[in-house]
Write a protein that binds this ligand. Structure first.
Ligand code: S3P
Length: 179
């Protein structure tokens, strides 16, 4: 990254089930920021759930939606953005987020992720015979991208509230450093 960063927003990246939406909502409330979840924006624009977008239009169409939403985010201020788990796997998305947001990655082990997401059936990428193996495979493929975040937060030993507090603290420190 060259030149000074301007940090108006907080972007949460990380694998499915790491708590991006819950942490993001708590952090936004505490900071009096707007909360935005890229998956929800896509569902509202497409007029259907993500599982239908994957089934009817295919994953590339979904990734296209993500790219378009990411471009629009550059105009936001005071927003906490929770991103879909695969969004930062496109380096252009991550680079764009970094132009206006502190990018924080929430991390958890494959086993914890599986514990958190099992019982939910709205994630098309995990509708597989062996979802834990799929989580391991996707997580290791995405790890290099997640590690490009400004801050990496392990969510394993912390409550959602503690993670939110930690993230807010990191945001305030980054803002004062880049002011
Ligand atoms: C995806 C994660 C999901 C959603 C879509 C694809 C992924 O978001 O964007 O099902 O590729 O990891 P969450 O991380 O909010 O579950």
């Amino acid at each position: 990254m060259t030149g000074p960063r301007s940090i108006h927003n907080l972007a949460l990246i990380g694998f499915m089930g790491t708590g991006k939406s819950c942490v993001g909502r708590l952090a936004a409330d505490a900071m009096h920021f707007t909360f935005l979840d890229t998956d929800h924006v896509i569902e509202a624009r497409a007029g259907k759930p993500i599982s239908d977008i994957f089934a009817q239009d295919g994953e590339p169409a979904f990734r296209g939606w993500e790219r378009r939403i990411v471009e629009e985010l550059t105009r936001r201020e005071k927003t906490v953005i929770a991103t879909g788990g695969g969004l930062p796997a496109d380096p252009a998305n991550l680079a764009s987020l970094k132009t206006h947001a502190l990018v924080v990655c929430l991390w958890a082990s494959p086993e914890s992720i599986w514990e958190r997401v099992r019982g939910h059936d709205h994630r098309p990428l995990l509708n597989e015979d062996d979802p834990l193996a799929r989580i391991r495979e996707l997580l290791s493929a995405r790890e290099p991208h997640y590690r490009q975040a400004d801050v990496l937060v392990n969510t394993e030993m912390r409550s959602i509230r503690e993670v939110a507090q930690h993230v807010i603290h990191q945001f305030h420190m980054a803002q004062s450093a880049h002011r």
